[in-house]
Write a protein that binds this ligand. Structure first.
Ligand SMILES: NC(=O)c1ccc[n+]([C@@H]2O[C@H](COP(=O)([O-])OP(=O)(O)OC[C@H]3O[C@@H](n4cnc5c(N)ncnc54)[C@H](O)[C@@H]3O)[C@@H](O)[C@H]2O)c1
Length: 333
C-alpha cells in the first residue's frame, strides 16, 4: 500500500504527539508541519524530514497532501478545517470540533456536501478501556443502559497551556459528552451546578468544577463532573472515570490509578502509559491507535469512528451546559 502524505497544523502539546505518531506510522509520511511559531515548525520539520510552512491556511490546501491533522487551539480549528475540506483533503480535527455550534455545524455540513471524511479527535474512543465499554454495550453485556456517571478533573497547571482560553464544558466536557452519546445515545437536556474561586485566584476567569446532570432521549440519565482545580503534583494528571449501569450489569473505567507506581527522589513521578507512551522508542497508546485509524480513514478503508456530526453534537451539549450554568435551569439540547 502506498504511504499517505500527511500534515500536522498546530504543534503544541497535541500537535507534537500527532506529528510523531504519524511520522512513525509505517503507512504514512509526515510531509509538512505548520505553526504560527515558525521556530517550532522548523524544529519539528527537521526532526522528521518534513517541510515547515508558517501559514496554516497554506498548509491546509497543499495539493500534495492526502490528510491534514488540525491541532490548533480550540477556537482556531474552523478556518483551517474548512480550507482543507474545500481542497477535498480528509482531516482530523482535535476536540472540540469548534468553539461554537455554528462553526461545528458548518464543518459538519461542508464535509457532508463535499464528501470529505472528518475524524474528530475524541481520543478516549481509542483508549482500549473506553472502547471495550462501547463494544460490551453493543454486545448486550449489560442490557439497556439506565444511567451513566463520569468525572474528569484535571490540575490548575492545565492553564500553563490553556491560559484561560477555553471553558470546562468545551475542553473536558466534550470528552465526557461524546462518551455519554457513544454509550447511551443522544442527550435531551442538561442542568448544572458549579464552583468558582481557585482558578480566579490564579488569574483565570473560568469555573473550577462543574457537575452536569444529563437526561437522554432513551430515558437514561446521569452525571458528568468536570474540573481543573486540583493542586500541582496531584498524581496521574488528575482523576477520571466512567461508569455505565445497565439493566443487568455495569461497566467502569477508573482512570486515576494507571497501574504503575513510580517514585523518585522528589516523590511521585508521572508516566503516561495510556495516551502517548513510548515503547521500544516509538509512540503507541490511544494516540497511536487514533493516528492509525486516521491513516485508514485517509485510505478510505474505514469510516471515521468519531465523525464531524459526533463532534458537532458534543459541542452542542457543551454549549447547552454553559447556558444551563448561566441560567441556573435545565436546558434542552
Ligand atoms: N485529545 C486530547 O486528549 C487532547 C489533549 C490536549 C489538547 N487537546 C486539544 O488539542 C488542541 C490543541 O491543544 P494543545 O494542548 O496542543 O494546545 P497548545 O497551545 O499546546 O498548542 C497549540 C499550537 O497551535 C499553534 N497555533 C496557534 N494559533 C495557530 C494558528 N492560527 N495556526 C497554526 N498554529 C497555531 C500554537 O503556536 C501552538 O503551538 C485543542 O483543540 C485541545 O483541546 C486534546
Amino acid at each position: 500500500v502506498a504511504e499517505v502524505r500527511v500534515a500536522v497544523i498546530g504543534l503544541g502539546f497535541m500537535g507534537r504527539r500527532w506529528a510523531r505518531a504519524l511520522a512513525e506510522h509505517a503507512g504514512a509520511t509526515l510531509a509538512a508541519v505548520s505553526d504560527v511559531r515558525e521556530d517550532v515548525a522548523r524544529d519539528v520539520a527537521e526532526r522528521y524530514g518534513a517541510i515547515a510552512i508558517a501559514e496554516p491556511l497554506e498548509a491546509a490546501v497543499r495539493p500534495d497532501l492526502d490528510g491534514v491533522a488540525i491541532c490548533t487551539p480550540e477556537h482556531l480549528h474552523t478556518d483551517v478545517a474548512l480550507a482543507a475540506i474545500d481542497a477535498g483533503t480528509p482531516v482530523m480535527v482535535e476536540k472540540p470540533l469548534a468553539h461554537t455550534v455554528a462553526d461545528a455545524e458548518q464543518i459538519r455540513d461542508r464535509a457532508a456536501r463535499r464528501g470529505v471524511a472528518v475524524l474528530v479527535g475524541h481520543v478516549l474512543r481509542f483508549d482500549p478501556r473506553y472502547a471495550a465499554m462501547h463494544r460490551a454495550i453493543g454486545d448486550g453485556e449489560i442490557g439497556k443502559v439506565q444511567a451513566v456517571r463520569s468525572e474528569r478533573i484535571g490540575l490548575v497547571s492545565d492553564q500553563d497551556v490553556l491560559g484561560g482560553r477555553t471553558s470546562l464544558a468545551l475542553y473536558y466536557g466534550v470528552h465526557e459528552f461524546d462518551l455519554c452519546r457513544w454509550y447511551a445515545g443522544d442527550v435531551a437536556a442538561v442542568w448544572t451546578a458549579r464552583s468558582t474561586g481557585v482558578l480566579e485566584r490564579h488569574g483565570f476567569p473560568v469555573d473550577d468544577i462543574v457537575s452536569v446532570g444529563l437526561r437522554f432521549t432513551t430515558g437514561a440519565h446521569g452525571t458528568s463532573t468536570v474540573g481543573w482545580c486540583l493542586p500541582p503534583g496531584t498524581p496521574g494528571y488528575g482523576v477520571a472515570g466512567f461508569t455505565v449501569i445497565g439493566e443487568h450489569g455495569l461497566l467502569r473505567v477508573a482512570q486515576g490509578d494507571v497501574g504503575l507506581l513510580a517514585v523518585g527522589a522528589d516523590g511521585l513521578v508521572d508516566h503516561d502509559v495510556y495516551y502517548s507512551p513510548e515503547v521500544n522508542g516509538l509512540l503507541y497508546g490511544a494516540i497511536g491507535i487514533e493516528a492509525d485509524h486516521f491513516v485508514r480513514v485517509i485510505r478510505g478503508e474505514v469510516e471515521p469512528v468519531c465523525t464531524a456530526a459526533d463532534g458537532a453534537a458534543a459541542v452542542r451539549i457543551a454549549v447547552a451546559v454553559e447556558e444551563a450554568a448561566r441560567r441556573g435551569e435545565e436546558v434542552a439540547v
